[in-house]
Design a protein around this ligand. Structure first.
Ligand SMILES: [Zn+2]
Length: 917
C-alpha cells in the first residue's frame, strides 16, 4: 500500500511516527508509479478529502496496458465517457498481456452487442479457474457432499466476488471505474492488493446493459457534455435498452436477455457475493439490508450485510472521506433486484449508490434539499454526513466507488474462508430448512390450460429451482394429487427461493415503507393454482426431474371435419395462434356449446375446414403452442363473430417509455403486430384511417403529463440516427422529444374515437380520457395520502362475465396486481353497462403484499367500457401487462385486441331505464 502525501497531511504526528517505524513495509514498494496519473487525479479530485491512499496512485508496468494506454485517457478524465466497444477492447488487451486476467463471453444483447465477464486473480488461480469454479459448484449443492468433504473443499476453494457496472445507463461511473480496478488488481504490488489477488477471485460485468450504455454515452456527447450544473441538465435519452430503464433491476422473472445471460452465468459460477454499483445518493451509500427484510432468507445473510457495510464505512472514514453511510435507504423486501440473484441462491447481495453527475462533467451540486438536511443529516448510520453543497467530479465518484470496493475486497481477502463457509452453510441450511419447516413443498396440479403451468414451471427452472413431475398419485394431508402433478420440494439448495416466489407475501409492518413491490406470489400472478404443502410426506413423493417443460398441443381431428374448434381455456398463446394463422378466417363463439362430450367455452376459435391447407396450418400452430383443438362435424350454431386482427398502434410518450416497453416486450413475445407511435404521428391526424385500435400503456402518472410530457429544454432534443450517434433513432425517431403531443394530440385522439376507433388505456394512462373529456361522464380520482399500495396483489370481481374481455376466465374473481391507476367513477345509471370488473376492496381482498387503507378502493371500477362517438374507450385501472409478471392478466388485454370490433354494450334492464329521467 502506498500512502499519498495528502494522506500524510491529515495524520497526527504520532501517526507519522508510527508510519516511520512501519515504513519498512512500504519501503519494499519499488513498483514504478504513473506520475501523470497521480498528478491528473489530484487535479480532478475537487477536495483533498475526496480521495484515499488506495486510489491516488497507479502503477506503471511495462507490457501491461493501463486504461490510458488503450483509451488515451485516464479514468475520471472530465468529459470522457467510454462506449462498450472501447471498454471491451481495453479488457481484451489487458487479458492478452496479463496472465492474471481472463475475459469470457456470456451472450448477446437485444441489439447484438456482446455481454462479457472479466476475471481477475493471481496467475495460478486463473490457470486453474475451472477447478475453483468446480469447488463453488460443489458447495452450492451440499446434498452431494458430506460435511467432511465440504470442509476439505472449503480449505481449497476461493470466493468469487462479483462486481457489476452499467446496469443503469445514466449511472455512468461504474463501467469507467471497473477498468481501473481491474488493472490495479492485475498489476499493483501492495499488501492489500496482493492479498486480494491471492485469496479472492474477482469477476466483473463491465457493462450489464451494453445497448443502454452506448445509447447513453452517445446522448452525453450529443447533449450533456456542455452542462455546467444541475439547473441546466438536458435529461437523458428516451431509451436505454430495447425495452426498459431501471426496471432491469426489478426483472424478477429474468425476462430481459441481458439479465438472463447473467443468471445463466451465475448458475455456472456461483459467486458467493454479487455487488451492483449504482449512482444516486451522496456521497456513498453501502447497502446493509434494512427492514423490512425478506424473512425466508438465511439469517446469516443479515449478519453479513452490515458486516461488510460497516467495514467499508469505517475504512473510508479512517481515510478521511466524508459522506459514507449505510442503512436508511434501501430495504430487503422485494427479491427482484438484480444482485438478489446471489442472495436468492444462498450468496450475498451487495449494492452501492455513489454520487454521479449523469455524465463526466464536474459541477456544483446542491446535496441538501431546500428545506431540511435530507441525506446530509448526521444519523447513527451516517456519522460523517455528506456536505450540503459540493463541487463534484467523475474522479471523486471513481475514488469513492473504488475505495469502497477495494475495502470490501480487502475484507473478503482477510476472511475468504468465512465467506465460503457461510455460502456453504446457507446452502446447507436451505436444504435443512425444507426438511424441518413447513411448507415442505408446493404442488401445481395439471389444469385445462397447461401453457400457464409451463410458464410457471419454466420460470422456476430458469432460476435453478428443481421441479419434479409426480410419477404416481400423491396422497397427502392436503388431498390426493394425480400423477403428472408438478412438485417443488423444499429440501433443495434453492428451496428458500421457491418459498419466496410461491408463498403469499405477508408484509411485516404496514407502517414500514418499501423501495419496490410488496407482492409477487407467482401462482396468483400467472393464474395457476399452486398448493402449499405442510405435510412432510411430500419430500418422499416419487418424481421425475423436469427439464424445460414443453407443452405439446393436440389436434383431435375427426372424419369429414366441417370446422376446427381451438378450445379457449385461457391460454395467452391464443393470440399468437391468431397471428400465425392470419391468412385464415377465424371466428369466435360468443356462448359455450357442446360437441359430443366436449364443452367448447365461449371465445374459442372456430375455423372452417374448407379453407386452403387449414388442417395442416391449424395442426402445426396448435401443437407448437400447447393448445387443444377438436374437429367439429358441423359448423356450430352458437352466435359467432369474426376474429379479425386490428390495425393496432401502441402510443408512447418520449418521456416515459419504460412501461410501454414492458407491453412491447409482451406483445413481441406473443408475436402480436403493432406500430409504435409517438406524438409526431398523432399530430399528423387521420388516426382512424390508419388504425382500428390504439393502446396507451401505463405511463406518465396523469392525463396532463401524458399530454404535455417532457419539459422543453434549452434547445430541441433530436433523437435521430446519424453517423456519429448510431444508437439513436432506434424504436422511433424525433426531431425534438420534448413538449408532448399537446392539446392538438388530445384532439386527434378524440377524433379517432369519434370516428369509430377503439382507445384502450392502462393504469395511469387511464387518467387521460376522463381528464381530457374523451369520456366526459367518467371521473378519475386519486387515493388519499393515507393510502399506500406498493404493488400488492388484490382480488378483482368480474361483473360482466360474458364480455369478450373475459373469454377464457372461468371464475368470477381473480387476483390482479394493484397498479395505482385512477379511482374511476361511473355515473350510477351507467354502472351496470359500463363497469366490467371492480375491486371489492377491504382487508379481505388483499391477497399478497401490502395495501394500507384498502377500503379506499371498495367497489371501485377496475375496467370500464365506455361508448364514445362511433367508437369506444376501454379504461383499465389495472395494468394487465406488468413486468412480465401477471401472465394471468395478459389475456384481458389480448382479448381486447382480438375482439376489438366485436365489443358491444349490454342491453340495459328495463327497471333501470326509469332512473334515467
Ligand atoms: Zn441504479
Amino acid at each position: 500500500m502506498r500512502l499519498s502525501p495528502s494522506f500524510r497531511h491529515r495524520l497526527s504526528p504520532i501517526c507519522i511516527l508510527i508510519l516511520a517505524v512501519t515504513s519498512s513495509v512500504f519501503a519494499q514498494q519499488k513498483q514504478q508509479m504513473d506520475e501523470d496519473f497521480a498528478k491528473s487525479v489530484k487535479e480532478w479530485t475537487t477536495r483533498p478529502e475526496f480521495i484515499s491512499p488506495l486510489v491516488d496512485h497507479l502503477p506503471k508496468v511495462a507490457g501491461v496496458p493501463s486504461p490510458k494506454d488503450v483509451l488515451g485517457y485516464h479514468i475520471g478524465t472530465p468529459k470522457k465517457l467510454t462506449r462498450t466497444t472501447e471498454i471491451y477492447k481495453y479488457y481484451r488487451e489487458l487479458a492478452a498481456k496479463s496472465p492474471r486476467v481472463k475475459v469470457i463471453n456470456i451472450g448477446q444483447t437485444d441489439e447484438g452487442r456482446e455481454c462479457l465477464i472479466v476475471i481477475v486473480a493471481n496467475e495460478d488461480t486463473i490457470k486453474n479457474i475451472e477447478m475453483y469454479r468446480g469447488y463453488l459448484a460443489q458447495l452450492a449443492d451440499p446434498r452431494r457432499i458430506t460435511e467432511a468433504q465440504a470442509q476439505e473443499i472449503i480449505a481449497k476453494a476461493k470466493p468469487i466476488y462479483h462486481l457489476s457496472g452499467g446496469l443503469h445507463s445514466a449511472e455512468t461511473g461504474p463501467p469507467e471505474m471497473l477498468m481501473e480496478l481491474a488493472y490495479r488488481l492485475a498489476v499493483e504490488d501492495a499488501p492489500i492488493i496482493n492479498a486480494i489477488r491471492d485469496n479472492v477471485i474477482v469477476t466483473i460485468t463491465p457493462v450489464v446493459e451494453p445497448d443502454g450504455r452506448d445509447r447513453y454515452v452517445d446522448w452525453y456527447y450529443r447533449y450533456k457534455i456542455d452542462e455546467t450544473g444541475e439547473q441546466d441538465s438536458m435529461g437523458g435519452p428516451p431509451y436505454w435498452g430495447k425495452y426498459i430503464f431501471h426496471d432491469n433491476n426489478r426483472d424478477i422473472n429474468y425476462s430481459q436477455v441481458t439479465m438472463r445471460n447473467l443468471l445463466e452465468w451465475y448458475l455456472q459460477w456461483h459467486p458467493p457475493i454479487m455487488h451492483d454499483l449504482h449512482e444516486s445518493v451522496p456521497f456513498m451509500y453501502t447497502f446493509s439490508g434494512q427492514a423490512p427484510q425478506q424473512p425466508a432468507l438465511d439469517p446469516i445473510l443479515y449478519g453479513e450485510l452490515p458486516w461488510f457495510a460497516n467495514f467499508e464505512m469505517s475504512q473510508m472514514i479512517k481515510y478521511g472521506m466524508p459522506g459514507v453511510w449505510t442503512h436508511g435507504f434501501v430495504d430487503m423486501w422485494s427479491p427482484g433486484y438484480l444482485a438478489f440473484m446471489s442472495s436468492n441462491h444462498n450468496g450475498m447481495i451487495r449494492m452501492y449508490e455513489t454520487f454521479g453527475n449523469g455524465g463526466a462533467n464536474t459541477m456544483k451540486r446542491k446535496v441538501a434539499p431546500p428545506e431540511g438536511a435530507g441525506q446530509t443529516s448526521r444519523e447513527w448510520y451516517r456519522p460523517s454526513p455528506p456536505y450540503k453543497e459540493v463541487e463534484w467530479s467523475m474522479r471523486n465518484n471513481t475514488n469513492y466507488m473504488q475505495t469502497g470496493v477495494l475495502s470490501a475486497l480487502q475484507l473478503t481477502s482477510q476472511f475468504p474462508k468465512v465467506v465460503i463457509e457461510n455460502f456453504y452453510k446457507k446452502s446447507r441450511n436451505s436444504v435443512e430448512d425444507g426438511k424441518t419447516n413447513a411448507p415442505y413443498g408446493f404442488i401445481i396440479t395439471p389444469q385445462a390450460d397447461m401453457t400457464r403451468v409451463a410458464t410457471l414451471v419454466n420460470l422456476l427452472r430458469l432460476q435453478g429451482i428443481e421441479v419434479g413431475k409426480a410419477t404416481g398419485e400423491i396422497k397427502l394431508k392436503e388431498g390426493a394429487f394425480p400423477a403428472g402433478s408438478f412438485v417443488i420440494k423444499r429440501d433443495q439448495p434453492y428451496g428458500r427461493l421457491a418459498k419466496i416466489l410461491l408463498e403469499k407475501q405477508n408484509f411485516p409492518d404496514p407502517n414500514l415503507r418499501t423501495y419496490d413491490d410488496t407482492g409477487w406470489t407467482m401462482g396468483l400472478m400467472i393464474g395457476t393454482e399452486v398448493k402449499e404443502i405442510a405435510d412432510k410426506a411430500i419430500l418422499d413423493a416419487p418424481v421425475a426431474t423436469v427439464g424445460k417443460l414443453e407443452i405439446k398441443g393436440e389436434m383431435k381431428s375427426g372424419e369429414a371435419a366441417a370446422a376446427y374448434a381451438i378450445i379457449n381455456h385461457g391460454s395467452n398463446n391464443l393470440i399468437t395462434l391468431r397471428f400465425r394463422l392470419k391468412d385464415l378466417k377465424v371466428q369466435a363463439n360468443e356462448q359455450a356449446f357442446k360437441s359430443g362430450d366436449a364443452e367448447i367455452p365461449a371465445g374459442s376459435f372456430i375455423i372452417a375446414a374448407n379453407q386452403p391447407d387449414a388442417h395442416n396450418k391449424v395442426k402445426a400452430a396448435v401443437e407448437s403452442l400447447g393448445l387443444n383443438a377438436i374437429a367439429l362435424s358441423s359448423t356450430p350454431n352458437a352466435p359467432m363473430h369474426e376474429v379479425d386482427l386490428p390495425r393496432l398502434a401502441v402510443y408512447s410518450t418520449w418521456g416515459n417509455t419504460q412501461e410501454v416497453g414492458w407491453v412491447r416486450h409482451a406483445l413481441d413475445k406473443f408475436e402480436v403486430k403493432y406500430d409504435l407511435i409517438y406524438k409526431e404521428r398523432v399530430k399528423q391526424g387521420a388516426l382512424r384511417d390508419a388504425y382500428d385500435m390504439i393502446l396507451i400503456p401505463n405511463q406518465s402518472g396523469s392525463g396532463k403529463r401524458l399530454v404535455f410530457d417532457r419539459e422543453p429544454a434549452r434547445k430541441p432534443l433530436a433523437y435521430t440516427k446519424s453517423d456519429q450517434f448510431k444508437s439513436h433513432g432506434v424504436y422511433g425517431e424525433s426531431e425534438d422529444i420534448t413538449g408532448g403531443m399537446g392539446l392538438q394530440g388530445a384532439l386527434e385522439f378524440e377524433k379517432f374515437v369519434n370516428a369509430g376507433g377503439l382507445l384502450v388505456t392502462l393504469g395511469a394512462a387511464s387518467f387521460f380520457p376522463p381528464e381530457f373529456g374523451l369520456t366526459r361522464k367518467i371521473d378519475a380520482g386519486r387515493t388519499s395520502a393515507q393510502f399506500y399500495a406498493p404493488g400488492p396483489i388484490v382480488e378483482a370481481e368480474i361483473l360482466q362475465t360474458s364480455h369478450p374481455i373475459f373469454y377464457g376466465y372461468t371464475k368470477k374473481t381473480l387476483p390482479v396486481r394493484y397498479a395505482n391507476g385512477p379511482l374511476l367513477n361511473v355515473p350510477e345509471r351507467d354502472r351496470e353497462q359500463q363497469i366490467l370488473m371492480r375491486f371489492p376492496g377491504g382487508e379481505k381482498s388483499v391477497m399478497s403484499g401490502l395495501m394500507r387503507n384498502p377500503n379506499e378502493i371498495r367497489n371501485r371500477p377496475a375496467i370500464v367500457d365506455v361508448p364514445a362517438g362511433k367508437g369506444r374507450v376501454i379504461l383499465f385501472a389495472t395494468n394487465p401487462c406488468y413486468r412480465w409478471q401477471n401472465h394471468g392478466e395478459f389475456a384481458m388485454l389480448f382479448n381486447t385486441i382480438l375482439h376489438h370490433n366485436d365489443i358491444r354494450t349490454i342491453e340495459k334492464k328495463a327497471t333501470q331505464t326509469a332512473e334515467v329521467k
